[in-house]
Design a protein around this ligand. Structure first.
Ligand code: 5GP
Ligand code: MG
Length: 177
């Protein structure tokens, strides 16, 4: 595994994002909507640095079906909090083609929040197929398949405290046996 972003750099980056959010929202209450499962680690780190009143809501979206190829996006918002009239920050692990964030944002707009901003942990430069871009991104990365800090390959590696690029030797099939 080649390390792309070290643990210390990640923590500095997340602190900087929290500062930017304080500048923008001040003491106003914020509803953080996190796209599962990839943004789980970012969510846990970010909310502990936020000082305004924070509500947390989870939403599930899947596009990459376990492997490395993109498929249709499935959204499960059955456990969403009421966000009508609220300031919402939607967070995701990575902005790749941008489809996930655009589709989830559109879904949330129907719930009539006061505002929606988007923050991603990683922004893959040059791959976006949509006009929108995230309001905040912690790191820009080149076009490589990365894992760690919430991001998986076949549901593994999410627990790595750093971001790594998978190498040939990591790519063998993982079987439970
Ligand atoms: P988008 O809809 O922007 O193309 O894709 C976003 C989703 O694709 C992310 O939430 C993530 O699940 C997955 N994805 C995109 N690029 C990568 C990557 O380099 N590594 C991993 N592990 N997932 C990725
Ligand atoms: Mg994801």
């Amino acid at each position: 595994m080649k390390v792309l972003i070290r643990e210390e750099e990640i923590h500095e980056g997340i602190s900087k994002l929290a500062q930017q959010l304080h500048q923008h929202y001040g003491d106003s209450p914020l509803t953080v909507v996190a796209i599962m499962t990839g943004s789980l680690v970012m969510l846990a780190d970010l909310i502990r640095r936020l000082e305004m009143p924070v509500r947390i809501s989870l939403i599930a979206a899947s596009s990459y079906r376990g492997g490395m190829t993109s498929g249709e996006i499935e959204i499960d918002d059955s456990r969403m909090l009421d966000i009508r009239g609220r300031d919402v920050l939607l967070i995701d692990d990575i902005f790749d083609t941008g489809k996930t964030l655009v589709e989830v944002t559109a879904r949330l707009r129907k719930l009539k929040p006061k505002s929606i901003k988007t923050a991603v942990f990683l922004n893959k430069r040059g791959k976006s197929t949509v006009n929108e871009s995230p309001d905040y991104s912690v790191f820009d990365i080149p076009n490589a398949f990365v894992v760690g800090y919430g991001l998986d390959y076949q549901d593994l590696y999410r627990n790595l405290p750093y971001v790594g690029v998978l190498e040939e030797s990591d790519l063998k099939q993982h079987s439970p046996h």
